[in-house]
Design a binder for this molecule. Structure first.
Ligand code: BES
Ligand code: MN
Ligand code: ZN
Length: 504
């Protein structure tokens, strides 16, 4: 499999049937559960090293607790320079998400210095999904955010070797990591470098490499398409908005009829791409504004997921819609009390220019609705209220169609990203009614703000089965964690790819 959209990535090799003790590498990583070496790969390393792991565990030097990384230098019986024992917690709680983070933690630890060869040992008891997500985690963990630093904090390994893992699984995990790392790179870039036009150019580059069809609507096209919501939000900035439409057609590849160009896609991904959110005239305080380069994380997730889906050649048709705008306070900025006629004809009274994401998405959802997709998933760093409700690690789900939401939640669970559904009671819809227009862009008061925002979006999906994912919490982590350097997380890329696979 070619690494189409990440040419600078480090290389990956497979040793499906080699013994860990025969691997020559700078370091070899083994995963250890709580409660001793057990019977799998850790036991094999323990035997090869004359019972070293069991002795260290008995002495309490290694515990197997989640994401603990213990380096053991010059272990007798191994040909690798050092052994890293990474904890995966309780055996009965092991899942793909734990393995993703554990592999990432070990890789992050080792990537603190240049390494030419690093081996990871998969355990024979893991499922294919678990192996794949561990592979992805290792490739994500070795990448930090170093674009603006003279001395990088993380250096990618020259070669990553996976022992006891099937080649195809390793390839898939690696391509998934490329999608996550692509989304992270775009989100971590400074907002003066990534703005609507430059983001759309990144999309074009990736589309060219992966064979996605792409259309980019500039300001004139947005005017002729009546995308007045996107234009209003973008009007306070010297950088004009863009709308990107990506199309992937893979359904013909597995013997099904090759789709006509105008055939309805199975799935749509829609992303909020506010490349910087100052709040507009409803200006954010400085503290709240600092991380608002992350407000295009939904857009980055759509691009990362679609690039991965294309590289994996999944048998599905997907349309992606990315709404790009910068929310600023320039002389032409949209104002409180303005009434905007969105593309679908709904009039929106502006009560707060900081509730801009839903106005951008209103137009993108309407454009995507026109493709008549079977289901729509939108991703957005939409509300602080969702972070208040669920914390920083959990994405909020909102839906007009329970099976659609259940499928996404199952996909997220399969790869270990936490999500939680919030209710869409009709009463919340009452709260966005306006005295002067069809709707207003905030609820009555601040309570339930994540739900009133979702209710606003629901008005633009035209009854198509739809799930909204509020990633304001998980998209960006101000501080580092054992498995990731602070900054963008690549949230929701893996669940979207998993959803596109349809549980194969
Ligand atoms: N981009 C923000 C939401 C956000 C907050 C994302 C924190 C990531 C971290 C969004 O545009 C916003 O400003 N929402 C307002 C809505 C309010 C004015 C109704 C909010 O949450 O305060
Ligand atoms: Mn805002
Ligand atoms: Zn925003």
């Amino acid at each position: 499999m070619t690494r189409e959209f990440f040419p600078s990535a480090s290389s990956v090799a497979c040793e499906p049937s080699a013994r860990p003790q025969s691997i020559e590498a700078d370091a070899i990583v083994v995963f250890l559960a709580e409660g001793g070496v057990g019977t799998g790969a850790a036991a094999e390393i323990d035997a090869a090293t004359g019972g070293l792991l069991a002795r260290l565990a008995a002495a309490g030097e290694i515990t197997g607790r989640r994401y603990e990384c213990v380096p053991i230098l010059a272990a007798q019986g191994l040909r690798a320079g050092q052994l890293i024992v990474v904890g995966i917690g309780k055996r009965e709680q092991l899942d793909a998400g734990v393995l993703y983070r554990a592999a990432a933690a070990a890789a992050r630890h080792l990537a603190g210095r240049p390494r030419s060869r690093v081996a990871f040992v998969a355990d024979g008891s893991w499922t294919t999904r678990q192996v794949e997500q561990a592979v992805a985690g290792a490739a994500v963990g070795m990448v930090g955010q170093d674009f603006y630093r003279a001395e990088p904090k993380r250096t990618r390994f020259g070669t990553t070797i996976w022992v006891s893992a099937p080649v195809e699984t390793v390839e898939r995990g690696t391509v998934i990591a490329d999608g996550v790392n692509l989304a992270r790179r775009l989100v971590n870039m400074a907002p003066d470098d990534i703005y609507p036009q430059s983001f759309s150019e990144e999309c074009a580059t990736i589309a060219g490499r992966t064979g996605l069809d792409i259309e980019i609507w500039d300001e004139d096209r947005l005017v002729s398409e009546r995308c007045n919501g996107m234009l209003a939000v973008g009007r306070g900035s010297v950088r004009s908005p863009r709308l990107v439409i990506l199309r992937y057609r893979g359904a013909g590849r597995t013997g099904r009829q090759s789709p006509a160009a105008d055939e309805a896609p199975d799935l749509a991904f829609v992303g909020k791409g506010v490349t910087f959110d100052s709040g507009g005239l409803s200006l954010k305080p400085s503290d709240g504004m600092l991380t608002m380069k992350c407000d295009m994380s939904g857009a980055a997730a759509v691009l990362g997921a679609m690039a991965t889906v294309a590289a994996l050649r999944l048998p599905i048709n997907i349309v992606g819609g990315i709404g790009l705008a910068e929310n600023m306070t320039g002389p032409a900025a949209y104002k409180l009390g303005d009434v905007i006629t969105a593309r679908n004809g709904t009039t929106i009274e502006v009560h707060n220019t900081d509730a801009e994401g839903r106005i951008v998405l209103a137009d993108v959802l309407d454009v995507i609705r026109g493709f008549k997709p079977g289901r729509i998933i939108d991703l957005a760093t939409l509300t602080g209220a969702c972070v208040v409700a669920l914390g920083q690690d959990v994405a909020g789900l909102f839906t007009n169609d329970q099976p659609c939401c259940d499928a996404l939640a199952a996909a997220a669970r399969a790869v270990g990203e936490p999500v939680w559904q919030l209710p869409m009671y009709p009463d919340y819809d009452e709260q966005i009614k306006s005295e002067v227009a069809d709707i207003k862009n905030v609820g009555d008061g601040r309570w339930g703000g994540a739900i009133t925002a979702a209710k606003f979006l629901e008005r633009f999906v035209g009854g198509i089965p739809w799930t909204h994912v509020d990633i304001a919490g998980p998209a960006f982590s101000e501080k580092s964690r054992p498995w990731t350097d602070g900054g963008a997380t690549g949230s929701m890329v893996r669940p979207l790819v998993e959803l596109a696979r349809g549980g194969d």
